[in-house]
Structure formats: C-alpha cells, structure tokens
Design a protein around this ligand. Structure first.
Ligand SMILES: [Zn+2]
Ligand SMILES: [Zn+2]
Length: 270
C-alpha cells in the first residue's frame, strides 16, 4: 500500500510500485498532453505504425536478402504498394473520422483525474494478462459469429479478409463495425477490471503488438507463440492460416477456445 506525503510532489511507494512510480511520475509531468483529447488517437496510431514499420522494412528487404525468406510463412509473397497504400490510408482515415471524435466525446464528458500513485508491477502484469484473455474470448465469439452468419461476413468482416496473405499494415484494414467492436471490447475490459491508466496503456501496447505480429507473416524464433509453452498461444502461424482457410483458428491469440470448439488447426500439421 502507499501513503501520500503532505508534499504535493512526493508519493511514498510500496516495493511493488517502486518499479513503475518513476515512469508514472514522468508521464504525469506531461499531463497537459496525456489528458488532452488528442492523446489516445496519437498514441494508438503511433504505436500501431511503429510496430508495423519493422515488418514493412523486412518486406522491402526480403527480395534482396534471401536469408529473410526462411522466416516468412509464405516466402513468395511480398505486399505491393497497391496493397500497402490503401491499408495505410484506411488506418489514417479511421483514426481521424472515428477514433478522434470518440476520444473527444469521452474527454468532453469529463474524464476522472488520474491517480498520483503508480500501480503495483504484479497487479499490472496480472491485469494485462486478464484483459488479453477476456479480449481473446470476446473476439473469438464475435469472429465465429461473423464467419458463420453469411450476412455478417459479407457486410462486416469480409473487408478484413481482402488481404490474403496478410501483412503487418493489413492488421487494421477492417470495416467501421469491426473497428468499433474491437475498441468496445478493449475499453470494456479495462473498465470492468478498473485498470490504472498505466495498466490500460500497457494493455493497449501489448494488444496492438500482438495483433500486428498476428498479421505480419513472419515467424521468428522469438515470436510470441514460440515463447508461450504447451501450444497455449497460436499467434501469427495460426492467424495466417485463418486468413488463407477461413474456417479455423477464430481466436486471435490463445488456442483454448478453438480447441474446445474443435476449430483449431495447427499451422505445422501437429
Ligand atoms: Zn486478421
Ligand atoms: Zn476472419
């Protein structure tokens, strides 16, 4: 537990908060920006494009560096400018037309002042993992429904399947309703678990990274599905298969829901 000092600038921390308090204090010095209605949209697009950029550079290098192709799930595929530009344009358009007005509305409704104390490190990790598990379950149900009901597939989810094989910048190439649903699940979990703003930011960063990795088309020794034991995490290998076969691997990250419902297909036939 932590005790607030009478001094406005000093917070006494527990050992678990010691790790994160300096980070949180630093962010609080930029409160004018982080509490502005621009911050969520700028944060989201910067993190997203920042994670896409290394994969886009690998795609450019791939034809010249053959060694890179052994890490590609589909070695003969490289996205063209005609595929990349509409994806980039769609992301910028959606952030400007949907994400920014939504955050502006939230800001105008009078968001609560952020706390002075940082969250405990263990609590942050636990809540980020819980948010991911909840998001995975919610998106699994949504995704399955949007494949099984032809009207929903045609009018909502089909846009996301336009790019097959997938590539990093195609991650957020989706209809407004799909973007809205993902944003809704994301915010609902944070609200349900009453996450600290720093925990919410960590969850957004991890969620964006995992979704970009899912669509990257690259399988490295350090890819998330290779680091999580017992085949609990499907990751890029499984989601790439979903994009090419449509009828399997509906969960974005973990494998348990597809295993229970019999829709799990291993990328390596194991
Ligand atoms: Zn996808
Ligand atoms: Zn799908």
């Amino acid at each position: 537990m932590s005790v607030l000092n009478t001094s406005e600038s000093h917070v006494v921390c527990s050992s678990g908060q010691l790790f994160l308090q300096p980070v949180w204090d630093r962010l609080r010095t930029r409160e004018a920006f982080t509490q502005s209605p621009f911050f969520p949209a700028i944060f989201s697009i910067t993190v997203y494009l920042g994670f896409c950029l290394p994969f886009a550079m690998l795609d450019v290098l791939c034809p010249w560096v053959p060694a890179l192709r052994c890490y590609k799930i589909q070695p003969d595929f490289s996205p063209t400018a005609r595929q990349l530009l509409p994806c980039l344009g769609q992301t910028l358009y959606q952030h400007l037309v949907y994400v920014f007005p939504a955050t502006l509305l939230h800001w105008a409704s009078g968001a609560a002042l952020p706390p002075r104390e940082a969250p405990e490190l263990l609590q942050l990790v636990y809540q980020v993992v819980l948010c991911l598990l909840l998001f995975d379950a919610e998106f699994f149900v949504w995704h399955l429904l949007h494949h099984k009901v032809p009207w929903l597939y045609r009018n909502v989810h089909k846009v996301h399947h336009k790019n097959s094989p997938s590539f990093a910048l195609a991650t957020q190439y989706m209809s407004f309703w799909e973007l809205f649903s993902l944003g809704f699940f994301d915010m609902m979990n944070i609200t349900l678990l009453q996450c600290h703003p720093l925990t919410a930011m960590a969850f957004h960063v991890v969620n964006i990274w995992l979704s970009v990795e899912d669509h990257s088309g690259y399988e490295f020794p350090w890819s998330t599905h290779k680091l999580v034991p017992f085949g609990w995490y499907g990751g890029v290998a499984h989601h790439d298969l979903h994009h090419s076969q449509f009828n399997c691997n509906f969960a974005p990250y973990f494998t348990h829901w597809d295993r229970i419902l019999g829709t799990l297909k291993s990328a390596h036939g194991k």
